[in-house]
Design a protein around this ligand. Structure first.
Ligand code: ZN
Length: 328
């Protein structure tokens, strides 16, 4: 009974009903976190050309946009803010402004959707004049420890506004312990700390940078983001964040890094989120537009791959299209 003709695997997939029975269940909508871009002001709904179906939204518009998303069972958002006009500076101080776009959006969302799980991205690159993820030192490098101090201030400002969890994405050494300490000191012991623990320097962020206007004006982020050529150090990044007190880990991007999702989730008992980034989303859109593949079927296949690799949740621009993708 070792093989053909005694074994015929096609029996396990002969009909649609049989295939359904043996299939891994689709990820539920509650596993999706929708990343959204909030802008200051009101009645603003700006199309993001490089990310079809995604918009920069003021808080009031985001409340409207969320209604059909929440109705599908999606329970969480990850907020990205933006700073407009003057005020971007060397250290990214506007990121901690209690009247910033993110800080103002949180109570508005909370009032409309009391049970929504609100995460915030904590970084400085959309708020520094130079576009790097922290203040620079005399050599032009990002000053790690000064960045940690600023990130902690930003995280506390988000917690104070009512975020359920903060998600630091700057890839600074020690940022998790610095933020946990600051949150605890300020009385935010219940605030979740979701580490972008293994975030690679990747080409897959292009459309996002277009959406956020956050590309560095000089240089790149290879000095702090993980290298796809050094997987061992990339895994250590996640394990160190666990040791520093993160509540959940993350691998970003997802689809070129399925092996990293698998590896991190086998080495840690923490939840491992996967960030299905802008480039991964927009590539499928571009291919579908050219007729190379079906949009929703390809999205579905890619999302299955992420969960098969071991992700416990996915941060994905597909979240608003859950029903179209999974047919529920
Ligand atoms: Zn950044």
């Amino acid at each position: 009974m070792n093989g053909y003709p005694d074994v015929r695997l096609r029996r396990l997939r002969r009909t649609a009903a049989i295939r359904d029975m043996f299939a891994m269940p689709p990820p539920g909508p509650e596993k999706f976190i929708w990343p959204v871009f909030v802008v200051p002001g009101a009645r603003r709904r700006e199309r993001i050309d490089s990310m079809p179906g995604q918009f920069r939204l003021s808080a009031d518009e985001l409340v409207k946009e969320l209604a059909p998303v929440v109705a599908q069972g999606v329970k969480s958002v990850l907020l990205f803010g933006q700073h407009e006009g003057d005020g971007k500076d060397e250290i990214g101080a506007p990121a901690a402004d209690p009247h910033g776009a993110v800080q103002r959006a949180i109570p508005v969302l909370r009032a409309a959707y009391p049970d929504l799980v609100i995460f915030t991205d904590v970084c400085l690159c959309a708020y520094t004049a130079h576009g790097h993820c922290g203040p620079r030192d005399g050599d032009g490098d990002v000053d790690n420890d000064a960045a940690c101090e600023m990130l902690a201030r930003v995280a506390v400002s988000h917690a104070r506004a009512g975020a359920d969890g903060v998600a630091p994405s700057a890839m600074m050494d020690g940022q998790i312990s610095a933020i946990r300490q600051a949150l605890d000191d300020e009385g935010f012991k219940k605030t979740l700390l979701v580490a972008y623990s293994t975030k690679f320097a990747s080409q897959m962020y292009g459309p996002f940078r277009d959406a956020e206007n956050s590309a560095p004006s000089q240089g790149d982020r290879q000095g702090y983001q993980a290298s796809f050529r050094d997987p061992k150090t990339a895994i250590r990044e996640s394990l160190l964040d666990e040791a520093e007190g993160a509540d959940a880990l993350m691998v970003k991007p997802a689809l070129f890094y399925l092996d990293m999702i698998r590896e991190v989730s086998s080495r840690s008992l923490l939840p491992v989120m996967a960030y299905n980034v802008s480039g991964e989303y927009s590539m499928i859109h571009a291919a579908a537009e050219k007729g190379y593949c079906d949009l929703h079927a390809t999205a579905r296949e890619s999302l299955y791959a992420i969960f098969r690799a071991g992700a416990s949740q996915v941060i994905s621009y597909w979240a608003p299209f859950y029903r179209e993708i999974f047919g529920k």
